[in-house]
Write a protein that binds this ligand. Sequence first.
Ligand SMILES: Cc1ncc(COP(=O)(O)O)c(C=O)c1O
Length: 456
Amino acid sequence: MPFNKIILAEKDIPRQWYNLAADLPGPLHAPLGPDGQALKPAMLAKVFPMNIIEQEISTKRWIDIPEEVLKLLSLWRPAPLRRALALEKFLKTPAHIYYKDESVSPAGSHKPNSAVAQAWYNKKFGIKRLTTETGAGQWGSAIAFACNLIGLECKVYMVRISFDQKPMRKTMMQVWGAKCVASPSQDTASGREILKKTPHTPGSLGIAISEAVEDALSDESGSSRYCLGSVLNHVLLHQTIIGLEAKKQLKIAGEKGPDVVIGCVGGGSNFAGISFPFIYDKIHGKKIEIIPVEPTACPTLTKGPFTYDFGDTAGLTPLLAMYTLGHGFVPEPIHAGGLRYHGMAPLVSQAAVKGLVKPRSYDQIKCYESAMIWAKTEGAICAPETSHAIACAIDEAKKARQEGKKKVILFCYSGHGLMDLAGYEKFLSGKLTKYALPKHKLKKSLESIKGLPKIR
Ligand SMILES: Cc1ncc(COP(=O)(O)O)c(C=O)c1O
């Protein structure tokens, strides 16, 4: 009898996070300060607590997970590894399709894996209040949940379009005691400036990051810090617990390992979580295809250049070496709100530059069609972001059928879509259209990186 799911015991939660920075071939391109010189850790001290900054710059391969963080993670971890038997049957594929179910967390996605760790490190450093941004609302609700658990105040700047599309995410944040405002807002100078120029803007993650950073920096008491739900090294590090658990579970399932690993990419954190422990294997000789999937509406890895750019719209963050569409990019209001970021995590970007991962982009119609197949076979309603990984897993399973190969496909089921039904409603009533970022729009948004340092 094949397994439906493999559930580890709490004692089997990994005790250490895996840091890909220790193993990526080639020099890592350090973040730069506003003067174009390498950033010094002290320059970040007003934005992040020093214990987080140490993780951000660490090149140690394994980093211990503090006991208290493990205790918090054990509220929902280990997450099940499930096998999509009904989808396999529907596709008539010889492939085995496994997915790591991160939708079981209290906030409904992978985001709490880093939220509880970040809230814990901030509290330990004596911080009392966190500010952050959120796209689809998954990160905002995850950090609201974590701050409530740990006893921190929390303010979330939520991208305007998602604020309107997903009002219940805001309610979740409020239930956990956080304050959530639509971004751009009147609460910050950068928000007011953008509203003056473009009063009807749908907002963007870049704008919301500018507002959250500005908010933390302007707290004169010094007890606020900013936190981010993706992109940065320490966030990706915290997510590696996903792939490390999956490795143990695949072994129990009797598989030699995955042939294909897939994750959707916004800023890169769930993809990093599922894939980095397997990139380690690939670097050490294993043959694994590793695929980050992004929307054609925001084709950062597939169409953007690899260069230095700001992480936010106003240029308050350090310059990061990454694939980018330009920090001036304002995405179309597609329904996968969490996949509309202009940049890509530097570690994921570097893995792409080295050919360790092979990015793809899919349009939203194909993704919703895949989400419908998923709901009708496996039963669950996935987040629109997650549907990108499912669409790719389906393509790979069909390819395995054509080739007659029993491949093992593993993907990250990054979240449920129960707060995203407005998107499904639009799809079902035929109101969604295919959309790929046109060349002229890409050219225009890339103007925002003119004059910034290039990667040598
Ligand atoms: C369910 C879900 N999956 C994926 C993402 C993309 O983020 P990341 O690339 O950091 O995993 C988001 C972001 O909000 C999300 O909510």
